[in-house]
Design a protein around this ligand. Sequence first.
Ligand SMILES: Cc1cc2nc3c(=O)[nH]c(=O)nc-3n(C[C@H](O)[C@H](O)[C@H](O)COP(=O)(O)OP(=O)(O)OC[C@H]3O[C@@H](n4cnc5c(N)ncnc54)[C@H](O)[C@@H]3O)c2cc1C
Length: 410
Amino acid sequence: MKRSVTVIGAGIVGLCSAIQLQRRGFNVTLLDRRPPASETSFGNAGVISRGSVFPTAAPGIHRKLPQILSNRSREARLHYRYLAQLSPWARQLFKNANVEKFEQNIDALNAIVSLCLEEHQALLHECDGLALLRQNGWLKLYRNPESFESSASEQGYMDQCGIDFERFGATQIQSMEAALKPIFTGALWIKNTASVSSPGQVCNLYAQLFSDAGGAIVLDELQQLEQDREQWQVHCVNRKIASDCIVIALGAWSKPVLEQLGYRIPMVVERGYHMHYQSSAELGRPLYDVDAGYVMSPMQKGLRVTTGVEWGSEHSEPTPVQLQQVRPFVAEAIQITDELDPEPWLGRRPCTPDSLPVIGAAHKHKNLWVAFGHGHMGFSMGPITGRLIAELMTGSSTAIETDCYKLARF
Ligand SMILES: Cc1cc2nc3c(=O)[nH]c(=O)nc-3n(C[C@H](O)[C@H](O)[C@H](O)COP(=O)(O)OP(=O)(O)OC[C@H]3O[C@@H](n4cnc5c(N)ncnc54)[C@H](O)[C@@H]3O)c2cc1C
C-alpha cells in the first residue's frame, strides 16, 4: 500500500514538496487554509537569483545596528514591540557573524542556490510555463561610486562560488536598460539568474501539475498535530486527516506549530511590501537599487517595487512606511505614474539566524519532516527543496549534502 503524507502549507515550498513526493509514490494531501500561494509565494520579486549566497550574519553587522535600531534605514525597520521576540534569533545571528561561520554559510547557500534555476526550468517545462521565465540575469545598481567599490569583497566571494557576473559602468547600464534615468554610476550584472513575470501564476501552474497527477488540495486550517502510535492526526477546523508522514512547509507560520511539538526555533518574520506602478518605461529584467534599498521587477501587472525588511509580529497591522520612503527614489530612477494596487501587499519572509533553510527530519518525532525558513530566497529554492525533502524521505541519495540544513542544528 502507498504511504500517505500530508504536506502542510501550499506556498512554493509545500507545492514543490508535494509534487516530488507524489512522483516517488506517496499518496499526498496538500493542506492550506487558503488557495495555493496566497501568501509570501505570491507577491515576491520573482528573482531566481544565482548571486544571493550572502547570509545576513556578516562580519561587521554590528556597525549597522545604530542606524537600524533608530529606524533610520530604508532597508530595515523595526517595530519596537517586537524587540523581545527578536532576541533568541539575534543572539544566534551574532554567533554567526564571524568570518569562519560567514564563509561556511556562504558555501552552504551556494550549494543549494546553484541548483535553483535548473529545478524551476524542469518544472516550468512540464507545465508549459517557460514563457513566464526570463533568463537574462539581474542588475545590482549603485548610485554612489564608493558603495560600488565597497562591493569588491562580495565580488571576490562570487568569483570563488563560480557565479558568472560582469561589472558595468554608466554607459553599459544605459545600453542594457535604456528606460533607466542616467543616475547610476556602476552595476553588477549577475548573469545566470532568471526571473518570472508572475510568481503567483508560476505557483498556480505547479498546483495544477500536482492536481492533474491526482494530488488532493484540501482547504482548511491546521489547529493541532498529534501522533497516535504510527499515525499522525492532523486536526483542522473542519476535519481530521490521518497520515503516515507529515511535512511542515508553513513558511513564516512554521515556528508556532513546531513549538507546540517541543522544538525551539530561533526564526523571525521579516515582513516586506510590494506595490505595482504604471510605467511606460520598459525594463528587461529585475533591478536592485542598492543605495536606495528596494527591488523593482517588471511583472505582468506593472512595475512591482518590493521593500526590504520590517521586523514586526505576524499579527500587527501593516505599516508600509518603507514603500513611501523608496517611492521618490524609484521615480528618480524610472518614469512611473499611478499605483495599481488598492493597498500595498504584505508578505512574510521566514528567516533563520544563519540564513539557511531548514530541510530534513524533525529529530524528536518519527515521520515528521520540515521544509521552511527560506528567508529572502524561498521562491528560488522551492523546487530544489521539494526534491531534497523527497529524496530524504525515501532514503535516496540527495542532490547535495543536507546536514547543514537540518533542524537539529538549533
Ligand atoms: C517583498 C518580498 C520579496 C521577495 N523576493 C524574492 C525573490 O525575488 N526571490 C526569492 O527567491 N524569494 C523572494 N522572497 C522570499 C520568498 O517569497 C519566500 O521565501 C517564499 O515565498 C516562502 O515560501 P513558503 O512556501 O515557505 O511560505 P508561504 O508562501 O508563506 O506559504 C506558507 C503557507 O502556509 C499557510 N498556512 C499558514 N498557517 C496555516 C495553518 N494554520 N493551516 C493551514 N495553512 C496555513 C499559508 O496560507 C501559506 O500558503 C521575497 C519575499 C518578500 C516578502
